[in-house]
Design a binder for this molecule. Structure first.
Ligand code: SAM
Length: 340
């Protein structure tokens, strides 16, 4: 019988963070002046990641997404991609990147067997990009998007975190931009995850408001339905274009969540909002067999009852999820360590 958790949710997708380092300092993710990093010796080798992936695959995973931090900062990433792409039961192998280094790596990632790329793009304005991310290299992201398309990663996905007063006037320009680069844009509601220390309820632009703005401009939107366990709801515009909305804050999708998250140092999280996870690095380095790790994964998933975003929805959220002093004590609480 297929493995399911206490709410009947299967284990299907695995997000692997390959580094906690990032070359941007996005205000919604890493706004603090300083961070505590994972000890380098704890970061899993590609061989260790591949072994853990095998154990997850044995328990039902058939989709893997590589993330970070910024995954393209991890040296020789195509080597890992090649070993994951060779696993026969993986139906979907994707990467989420901020795009800064994509121009350099797109072709090698494609040759290594990566199926899909998602680029985070929050603004089309250079000055806003600088204010939002601390980097003046907006052109590099745009060049990365072009390079990904040229390497054959089409259609691309673009992820935009929508923040009131920051980029909520760019919904229409981003849909237009996505069409020009053969991409589909997905608007993400700003979430109060660990690390989002500047979050406030007022900064969230709810799905309903985004749909109203987009529908008014284009003359209506049609929900496409059938999203399954995918977080984005997709919509069709009268001119045939599509876009997505990930309403993680106002309409959480915990009941369909089939995701496991592995941090760069091998901590396995059952939920983006979890306060702790299961250490898989220790048993692996202590010589546990693949079968023992598979059994551990089986037991932990079968006891899973997390529904973090739904629980947050029920709270009176006037403050951020995790205070800065707690983040300083445990980097695993940070979104950039969990991989988003
Ligand atoms: N560096 C890569 C990137 O920028 O895509 C991968 C890691 S990043 C943590 C993964 C995703 O998390 C990005 O799409 C980012 O926009 C999203 N993210 C980070 N903080 C968020 C927040 N507070 N609310 C919503 N999405 C967030």
């Amino acid at each position: 019988m297929n493995l399911v958790d206490r709410f009947g949710r299967p284990l299907r997708s695995l997000r692997i963070s390959v580094t906690d380092r990032c070359n941007l300092r996005c205000q919604y993710c890493m706004p603090e002046p300083e961070y505590v990093w994972l000890p380098r010796e704890d970061v899993l080798s590609f061989e260790e990641i591949s072994t853990l992936a095998d154990a997850f695959i044995d328990e039902g995973v058939d989709r893997i997404r590589i993330t970070g931090g910024e995954p393209l900062l991890r040296r020789n990433l195509p080597i890992l991609i090649e070993s994951l792409a060779a696993k026969k039961r993986i139906a979907d192998l994707a990467l989420t990147t901020n795009g800064l280094l994509l121009k350099t790596h797109a072709a090698a990632l494609k040759s290594a067997g990566l199926h899909r790329v998602t680029v985070s793009l929050d603004t089309l304005h250079r000055d806003r990009f600088r204010a939002l991310t601390g980097s003046s290299d907006h052109d590099a992201v745009l060049a990365g998007i072009d390079a990904a398309a040229a390497a054959g990663f089409t259609p691309l996905k673009l992820d935009t975190v929508v923040i009131r007063g920051v980029n909520d006037d760019e919904l229409i320009p981003l849909i237009d931009f996505a069409r020009r680069v053969d991409a589909e844009v997905r608007f993400i509601e700003y979430m109060d995850v660990g690390g989002a220390t500047r979050w406030s309820p007022a900064a969230v632009v709810p799905r309903a408001e985004m749909l109203e703005t987009i529908g008014r401009h284009f003359g209506g939107v049609i929900p496409l339905g059938g999203q399954g366990s995918a977080p984005a709801e997709r919509f069709l515009l009268p001119d045939g274009r599509t876009f997505g909305i990930i309403a993680s804050t106002t309409h959480p999708f915990c009941s369909d969540c089939d995701r496991a998250r592995l941090t760069a140092d091998g901590i396995w999280l059952l939920c983006l909002y979890a306060s702790a996870g299961t250490d898989l690095r220790r048993p692996l380095r202590a010589g546990a067999t693949l079968e023992e790790i598979r059994q551990l994964i089986h037991t932990v998933w079968s006891l899973r009852a997390d529904r973090g975003a739904e629980e947050r929805l029920g709270l009176d959220r006037q403050t951020t999820l995790i205070p800065v002093r707690a983040l300083k004590k445990d980097a695993h609480l940070e979104m950039h360590t969990r991989g988003g």
